[in-house]
Design a protein around this ligand. Structure first.
Ligand code: FUB
Length: 447
């Protein structure tokens, strides 16, 4: 396929996927892999610029990172995400080596009426060595973006991050051959001074810098191999170029040993959030990763409280818009609950809860019943032995709202019951198995 046809195909794919809405707790995007999530607030919405991991179509990258393009997503509630489709692809950047599949971690900033999308990739032709960083510009946060013909001069590496300071001066940070910073010229396309190394960071492999300013403090945050896999760590300083003082770890190693982590931190509607990735939809191959969000909190002295990854994630789930996925629980009983994929042939179909002990339970917090229009609850359930499950509201007050009597069946079944109580506003819910034997739950919906 020649370059023109490849570009046509990209725009056709862009047309098909734009306007698709993807809903998620953690991981937040369920229609594709999304790594290295950089989140920015533009025009009152959150825009997410992740890398786009794919299973490699070429042998050379079968066991490595493989990315050919970038999508952008937006959300107003951090729950419902609109996929705006492909904004930059290796096929429409003149300097990127064909079939290099190296569109690694990006960033995007707004400056003087334009959006600047920074991305690393493998240069082709004469320049072909290591990684370079390119820029694409747009009038809108969701594109279309026009890539510059050449990568930035004097910037060799990966994981660009741009900070625009309060005085309007922009700085670019990147990794590869150490952790570097340089001032950007007013055009945001070129560096203004010699890159310098960041001082004050701990020994050990580091990458993925993300720098932000809060209450006059510059936070230099980064993935760091403290032991075997990456943790997220941070240092602080009073100058955008450092030196910085190492402060500690924001997030420990992934419990499922995803070797990389990569993050961004931003404030939206008065709450700070950490965007990061694990390999939820690809448990046996950690180069196919998925973006997650959890809330992050600062102490009065500006230090950061450690973030424990959750499945429930952030935001309020509408009771009636989509089924509620209790497998993305807020809490579970200390025994008798397991989680597994619904369909091992398509992991993007998500997970199910498996209750296997009487009185085992799972909680799912912050479900919004609005004005109380929901009259019925439906459960998708699998139980060869049959059994009974109760659904309760445990906050703001404690009451049973539905009982499901599940008959024996060697297949999934959906059971609909009338709610015992009218529910209004936001509730924390609990599902409890009241019988012996195994019972699996895919979801609960309300109408
Ligand atoms: O996504 C490819 C690379 O993995 C990123 O550039 C690194 O930060 C790591 O997340």
């Amino acid at each position: 396929m020649n370059k023109i046809n490849r570009m046509r195909r990209s725009f056709f794919i862009l047309f098909i996927v734009s306007c698709m809405t993807v809903v998620g707790q953690n991981p937040i995007i369920s229609n594709q892999f999304t790594a290295d999530p950089t989140a920015r607030v533009f025009e009152g919405k959150v825009y997410l610029y992740p890398s786009h991991d794919i299973p490699s179509p070429i042998d050379r990258l079968k066991e490595w990172f493989c990315m050919e393009d970038y999508h952008v997503f937006s959300s107003e509630d951090l729950v419902n995400w609109q996929d705006h489709g492909v904004i930059v692809s290796q096929e429409n950047v003149p300097w990127v080596a064909p079939e290099s599949y190296s569109m690694w971690a990006p960033d995007c900033v707004y400056y003087n009426g334009k959006y600047y999308f920074y991305f690393p990739s493998a240069p082709g032709g004469e320049q072909r060595r290591g990684f370079a960083i390119g820029v694409a510009t747009s009038d809108k946060p969701y594109g279309p973006f026009t890539p510059e013909a050449n990568p930035m001069e004097g910037v060799t590496g990966i994981d660009p991050c741009v900070l625009i300071d309060d005085d309007g001066q922009a700085y670019i940070y990147w990794s590869g051959r150490g952790m570097s910073v340089a001032k950007l010229k007013k055009n945001l396309l070129e560096i203004e001074d010699e890159p310098q190394q960041i001082e004050g960071l701990p020994e050990g492999f580091k990458e993925g810098p993300f720098v932000f300013k809060r209450n006059g403090i510059y936070y230099y945050t980064f993935p760091w191999v403290r032991d075997k896999t990456e943790v997220l760590a941070y240092a602080t300083g009073d100058n955008p170029k450092g030196p910085f003082t190492f402060q500690g770890v924001i997030m420990d190693e992934s419990p499922v040993e995803c070797w990389t982590n990569h993050h961004s931190i931003m404030e939206y509607n008065g709450q700070w959030y950490l965007f990061y990735h694990h390999n939820d939809y690809s448990p046996s191959f950690d180069k196919n990763r998925s973006a997650r969000i959890d809330s992050i909190f600062f102490n009065p002295d500006g230090t950061i409280q450690k973030v424990i990854p959750t499945l429930r994630g952030v935001g309020i789930t509408s009771a009636t818009a989509k089924p509620v996925q209790f497998d993305r629980y807020s809490a579970i009983s200390s025994s008798g609950v397991a989680i597994d994929f619904v369909n091992n042939d398509n992991l993007f179909e998500g997970w199910k809860l498996i209750f296997n002990e009487k009185n085992s339970w799972a909680r799912y917090n912050r479900v919004d019943f609005g004005n109380g229009n929901a009259k019925k609850a439906k459960i998708r359930v699998f139980s060869k032995a049959g059994g009974n499950v109760s659904l309760s509201s445990i906050l703001p007050d404690s009451k049973t709202i539905a009982m499901f009597n599940v008959s024996e069946k060697n297949d999934w079944q959906e059971i609909s019951v009338t709610l015992n109580n009218k529910l209004e506003g936001i509730h924390d819910l609990q599902l409890t198995l009241l019988s012996e034997g195994e019972l699996q739950v895919d979801w609960i919906s309300f109408e």
